[in-house]
Write a protein that binds this ligand. Structure first.
Ligand code: ADP
Ligand code: MG
Length: 248
């Protein structure tokens, strides 16, 4: 196994679009010709299998190792294939270590330029121990623009700082609707940028609430695989920023 760079995609709350963004970052990197892995480590709500349409499958085991699924030009593996979802919520240290070991060392990833890790939301022990074990190059935090979510973001940033993982930036998701070129800010004008400036963290992109994205998630076909438009350009921008930051 040879994984060159590993990015953690994190959020402090569920439902902000973390998995959707993680998946589309992975696809955007693959579209650019990189060898990409998508590792779903969200023990509380693994959704990568659904996002990639592989939820009813089982990973193949060859010579005692899981074969990652090869779909849409990326390799993918999910904690959802290794544990019973009902048990995930009661996961503690040793089980967690074992599960992660399955995803990292017992999965036959081969050569990977960029590994994208879909983290569980939150800032507890599970997240801290995961970021240490996964040896992240950097973390990207996903948020919606509500103030409550932003407060959690600051907490998340502090957690990564504590574990020595550099924060590459924040992606704000679903803050506005775009109609005929006009932006309609659903939650009111976003305070994300102002809040982040104080923390010296870059706002990498402000993604809209985009028609077609929920449908692409449900149908198991990533949006950036199928379309090319302003929204997919925003992902190219995110990717270019995180690549240049992690190359430093
Ligand atoms: N930019 C977007 N526009 C529209 N819907 C989105 C967007 N991002 C995510 N969603 C939808 O929001 C829901 C939650 O996204 P998900 O990625 O599962 O969140 P999380 O991983 O943070 O729990 C999904 O139904 C997804 O399709
Ligand atoms: Mg998710």
């Amino acid at each position: 196994m040879n994984i060159k760079t590993c990015f953690g995609i994190s959020s402090c709350k569920g439902g902000v679009g973390k998995s959707t963004v993680a998946c589309n970052i992975a696809i955007t990197l693959a579209n650019q010709g990189y060898k990409v892995g998508l590792l779903d480590a969200d023990i509380y709500g693994p959704s990568v299998p659904t996002l990639l349409g592989i939820q009813d499958k089982e990973p193949e085991v060859i010579d005692g190792k899981f074969q990652p699924f090869e779909v849409f030009g990326i390799k993918a593996m999910s904690i959802g294939f290794l544990v019973d979802e009902e048990q995930a919520v009661i996961w503690r240290g040793p089980m967690l270590t074992k599960g992660l070991d399955g995803l990292i060392n017992k999965t036959n990833w081969g050569e990977i330029d960029y590994m994208i890790v879909d983290f569980p939301p939150g800032t507890g022990d599970v997240q801290i121990s995961m970021s240490q074990q996964l040896k992240l190059t950097g973390a990207v935090i996903i948020t919606t623009p509500q103030l409550l979510s932003l407060k959690d973001v600051i907490r998340g940033i502090n957690m990564f700082i504590k574990t020595g993982v550099p924060i590459l930036g924040v992606v704000e998701n679903m803050g506005y609707l775009e109609t005929n070129g006009d932006k309609n800010y659903i939650f009111g004008k976003s305070k994300t940028k102002k809040t982040l400036i104080k923390e010296d963290i870059e706002l990498l992109e402000e993604l809209p609430f985009k028609e077609g994205v929920p449908q692409s998630c449900d149908s198991g076909k990533p949006y950036c695989f199928d379309f090319k438009n302003e929204y997919t350009k925003q992902f190219e921008n995110i990717v270019s920023k995180i690549l240049s930051k992690s190359a430093n």
